[in-house]
Design a protein around this ligand. Structure first.
Ligand code: ADP
Ligand code: MG
Length: 483
């Protein structure tokens, strides 16, 4: 689109520039040519007027040293000098009579005049005119010739006078052309620059809008759009998109508040149910109904896991910013995941260094969920690696496993609450981790690991960034959850 835009702006400009240069060149050339032609014809006419036609026409071969010849040349010379031309007289059949420089023998045909056959014939018919074609003289310069009839007193044309003139003005034309070329190229470069800038000024905000729309599509409703800086269509588009983002977020918030309220109401009776199921299990111990009760107990456990995890998810508030020792954090996380790892015969190695300004509790919950996923995906006897680092203003926590990797069609939905591919999954682990990453102005990505498996990478700015405005979104949800 950028290219199309630039071309649309540039092509007409270039085209008109080229046409203009061409027309200017033509006009200048024509003007110079006409001017030169007129000058040469005038010179030829002046010479014709100065010459005694009868005596010139009577010149014969071999008379080059006669007085008559000298006399005639003497008449030609001042005209030649005055007009800056070389003058010659030929018969209508283009054989030489006399010339101002006295070089061509009388009666000799002049082959060089072949090209001006038409003009000489016209002059012989009484119509003075200049040659159409420029020719290169022995000095390498361009010449043109004007022809005029040489007539006796009765008006009979006896010979034709030619005036060769140097087309010096064509040097100027060449210079003019070079100038035109330079101007055209400079114009094209300038045009290209302006077109590129203009196209950038349109496509850049469009790219930004596209990015923002993509972000929203990915479910990031927290990051506000850039502040409005233009009052044109693009500004309006930005406003509309921002409005849409706010509306979506408000809807999300409402739904979450509602769910958190329900989860909270469910949690209390769940506790009681679990207590009584425990009592019942003791009473029925060894009896035929014992398996039913233990089934009730395991379903209750699953249910309270969903409720707890959801409340955890909904409770995520704007993060505190406390110094978090990453080494201690990973040790703690590995510890929390140890029971699950032992049960699945997976070992968890951990390594951490550096510090981040973040919400320790939220970071830990996010990391625990990621490690749990890794342990659940990892084959028995394999190792899950947990590494946290702070570098280049960014703190990253990486969790690597040797599991089967992500299902291709799961990729798009990973961070959606309640998306799970596991029979007993809640689908809230990644949603929570993502929420924590977003709240910290960071990112969460799950990637294929080299050699098989998955790498989950949670990255947050090591220092909070001032530009992010965190809204009270989670406050309301948390209010209900704590309520
Ligand atoms: P749950 O663990 O309850 O299924 P999560 O939100 O934690 O919910 O994960 C969502 C889904 O993402 C999982 O069901 C699984 O399909 C996929 N997933 C997450 N982590 C991994 C991993 N390390 N390897 C493979 N798949 C994973
Ligand atoms: Mg999980």
């Amino acid at each position: 689109m950028r290219l199309r835009f630039a071309l649309a702006a540039l092509l007409p400009a270039l085209l008109s520039l080229a046409v203009m240069a061409l027309v200017a060149d033509r006009l200048a050339r024509r003007a110079l040519d006409d001017e030169l032609s007129a000058r040469l014809v005038v010179a030829a006419r002046a010479a014709a007027a100065a010459l005694p036609a009868d005596r010139v026409a009577r010149l014969e071969a071999g008379q080059e040293s006669t007085r008559t010849y000298g006399h005639i040349r003497a008449r030609l010379l001042p005209v030649a000098r005055a007009t800056g031309t070389r003058l010659f007289v030929v018969r209508p059949d283009r054989t030489a009579l006399v010339d101002s420089e006295g070089r061509i023998p009388i009666g000799e045909p002049v082959p060089a005049l072949e090209r001006d056959r038409f003009e000489i014939a016209e002059a012989a018919a009484g119509r003075a005119m200049a040659s159409q074609i420029l020719f290169e003289g022995s000095d390498g310069r361009l010449y043109k010739t004007g022809y005029a009839p040489l007539a006796d007193e009765a008006g009979n044309v006896l010979a034709v006078v030619g005036a060769d003139g140097n087309a010096a003005s064509f040097v100027t034309l060449r210079r003019f052309r070079r100038l035109l070329g330079t101007v055209a190229i400079a114009g094209a470069v300038l045009g290209a620059l302006v077109a590129a800038l203009a196209s950038l000024s349109v496509t850049r905000p469009l790219t930004r809008l596209t990015e923002a729309a993509r972000r929203i599509a990915r479910g990031d409703l927290e990051t506000p759009l850039w502040r409005r800086e233009r009052h044109d269509e693009i500004g309006t588009l930005r406003d509309t998109l921002e409005e849409m983002r706010r509306a979506l977020r408000a809807r999300d918030e409402e739904r979450e508040t509602l769910l958190a309220g329900i989860a909270h109401e469910v949690r209390n009776p769940l506790g009681a149910l679990d207590l009584f199921a425990g009592l019942l299990a003791e009473e029925l111990q060894g009896g035929p109904q014992a398996p039913h009760v233990s089934r009730i107990q395991s379903e209750l456990a699953a249910l309270s896991k969903v409720v707890e995890e959801f409340l955890d998810y909904a409770r995520t508030r704007p993060p505190l910013r406390e110094p978090v020792d990453l080494r201690l954090l990973v040790a703690e996380v590995a510890d929390l995941a140890a029971p699950l790892a032992a049960q699945r015969q997976v070992s968890v190695s951990f390594d951490g260094e550096g510090e981040a300004k973040a919400d320790r509790e939220q970071l830990r919950r996010a990391a625990v969920n990621l490690v749990r996923n890794a342990v659940e995906a990892a084959p028995a006897a394999s190792e899950v690696e947990l590494v946290a680092r702070a570098a280049d203003g960014e703190a990253t926590i990486e969790i690597r496993d040797r599991g089967p990797g992500l299902a291709p069609d799961a990729r798009a939905s990973l961070f959606r609450p309640f998306f799970t591919t596991k029979e007993k999954g809640t689908g809230l682990g990644l949603a929570l981790a993502k929420k924590v990453a977003d709240a910290h102005g960071g990112t969460l990505a799950l990637e294929e690991r080299e050699g098989g498996g998955t790498v989950a990478r949670l990255a947050i700015p090591a220092e909070p960034t001032a530009t992010r405005t965190l809204t009270g979104r989670a406050h309301r949800g948390a209010g209900a959850a704590h309520g």
